[in-house]
Design a binder for this molecule. Structure first.
Ligand SMILES: NC(=O)c1ccc[n+]([C@@H]2O[C@H](COP(=O)([O-])OP(=O)(O)OC[C@H]3O[C@@H](n4cnc5c(N)ncnc54)[C@H](O)[C@@H]3O)[C@@H](O)[C@H]2O)c1
Length: 451
């Protein structure tokens, strides 16, 4: 459910009232529905220097049943624009982007998509103009995302050398309703081990045959992650503390999964997860570290217990569990680990130094494991989502004025839903996404906090 204000101004009566009074009208976002078209309406695809990746993108969109155009339809709209700047050599080449994307923004349909594809700036250190133009793309995307209206988003796909053939799952994610609340973000796609899959057998059930563990699955975002991973075909192991046993069983039952009552801070938590998944379901392919707590206080008033409990649950437990989960023979080769960080871990938040420490720590963990040659060799990816303001029981308890502020200060002028976080995690968990590792994607509607 979106917030009451957004629902009201999108009702027939509310639209009239909002229009007359000049009230802001956050759009109803296009969200993913299994079986629905990837995106309705034509998508304009172009690029600089022939757009070396535009050809691949045109083919994958055609395969997905999307109408691809190379110029704006006279008098019509487009639902998306994908522009390939991977061959840009100097900032002068950015004119290609302006000339293609600028006019398209005037006819972009509601919940439209702008995707800019570029090459990684990190791989241009010895060529200064090249490094400059590659980095420019981030500035453009972040600005365009702030200019878009009616639920449209803009995101950036940066391709590392050798990752050119691995972009399909990412392009599909950003075009689809799965990325409804991901805006102004950049993702790097890199090379994968030879033989790994970059195409899903069924894009509506990309996790079919996989076994996924979700911690903190009894409620909130964790319950939604379990629902979405199960919808995408995975068998789910729902983990939560014994006190949440009843709610946990409900989530597992509705998804045909199993439950594991477990405090993630237990020294043997990782071993019990691996053992449960392998004995009950025969394998372990995906682990989502979602369990988390807050114990907010200004640092000056934070005692050792508040400090320790948050760091233990949110960070230490993940480090400890990963030692077992990532040991050879536990998580399957080609498996995926996804951590749930937070915007607090990027921007910091008053009264949350313990929480921000733990969530920033997860980002450090993801960067380190994403760079691990051993995990790369085993085809294992490790990524994180960093949610912004998400409509949950937790945020429902925030005083109204602060809550309103939290949910409006982003480019989509609304809070996200647990399903938005879950969809991003499900995308990270796809085998076809094997080229994406060590990445942190904010699911925050391009919140201005920490932008
Ligand atoms: N709600 C938001 O806006 C938001 C924003 C950013 C990040 N997050 C993160 O998303 C995750 C889920 O948040 P939520 O809003 O759904 O919270 P929530 O409090 O509704 O759910 C958290 C779940 O984790 C479980 N849990 C807590 N400690 C545990 C432990 N030691 N072992 C096992 N399970 C444990 C709880 O029982 C609960 O079911 C958390 O990591 C949170 O920090 C939430």
């Amino acid at each position: 459910m979106t917030d009451t204000y957004t629902q009201f101004v999108n009702s027939a009566f509310g639209k009239q009232v909002a229009g007359r009074l000049g009230m802001p009208r956050p759009a109803a976002l296009r969200r993913y529905v299994p079986g629905a078209a990837l995106i309705d309406g034509p998508v304009l695809v172009g690029g600089h220097g022939g757009g070396p990746l535009a050809k691949r993108i045109t083919a994958l969109l055609g395969h997905a049943g999307v109408t691809v155009v190379d110029e704006l339809p006279a008098g019509g709209t487009v639902s998306g624009v994908v522009v390939d700047l991977s061959a840009a050599r100097t900032p002068a080449d950015l004119e290609t982007l302006r000339a293609l994307v600028g006019p398209a923004l005037k006819v972009l349909a509601p919940s439209g998509r702008v995707i800019v594809v570029g090459a990684s700036p990190d791989e241009a250190a010895d060529d200064v103009p090249l490094a400059a133009v590659r980095r420019s793309l981030e500035g453009i995307v972040r600005s365009v995302a702030k200019e878009l209206r009616k639920g449209a988003t803009a995101n950036l796909v940066l391709v590392r050398r050798g990752g050119e053939d691995n972009i399909d799952a990412t392009i599909r994610f950003f075009l689809s309703g799965r990325s409804a609340y991901v805006d102004g973000q950049g993702v790097e796609v890199g090379p994968i081990e030879a033989g790994a899959a970059v195409d899903a057998a069924d894009w509506d059930r990309p996790l079919a045959g996989k076994v996924a563990v979700v911690t903190g699955a009894a409620r909130g975002i964790g319950a939604s992650i379990a629902d979405v991973l199960a919808r995408d075909g995975a068998t789910i192991v729902c983990v939560d503390i014994p006190a949440a046993g009843e709610a946990l069983a409900k989530v597992a039952n509705r998804n045909g999964g199993s439950t594991l009552q477990l405090d993630v801070t237990a020294p043997d938590a990782g071993a019990r997860i691996v053992e449960h998944a392998r004995t009950r379901h025969g394998q372990l392919d995906i682990v989502v570290h979602n369990a988390g707590i807050t114990r907010d206080k200004l640092l000056a008033n934070t005692d050792a217990d508040r400090w320790k409990s948050v760091v233990d649950v949110n960070l230490m437990s993940v480090l400890r569990m990963n030692e077992t989960i990532l040991a050879p023979g536990a998580l399957a080769d080609g498996g995926h680990v996804v951590c749930v960080s937070s915007m607090s871990g990027i921007a910091g938040n008053r009264g949350q130094s313990n929480y921000a420490a733990s969530k920033a720590g997860l980002i450090g963990l993801v960067h380190a494991l994403g760079a691990s040659a051993d995990l790369h060799h085993r085809g294992i990816t490790v990524n994180a989502v960093a949610p912004g303001f998400i409509e949950t029981e937790m945020t429902g308890k925030i005083p109204l004025a602060t809550r309103e502020m939290g949910r409006r200060v982003n480019s989509l002028a609304q809070g996200g839903l647990p399903v938005d976080v879950a969809e991003t995690i499900a995308w990270f968990a796809q085998d076809a996404n094997a080229g994406v590792t060590g990445q942190v994607v904010r699911v925050c509607g391009q919140s201005i906090l920490g932008a």
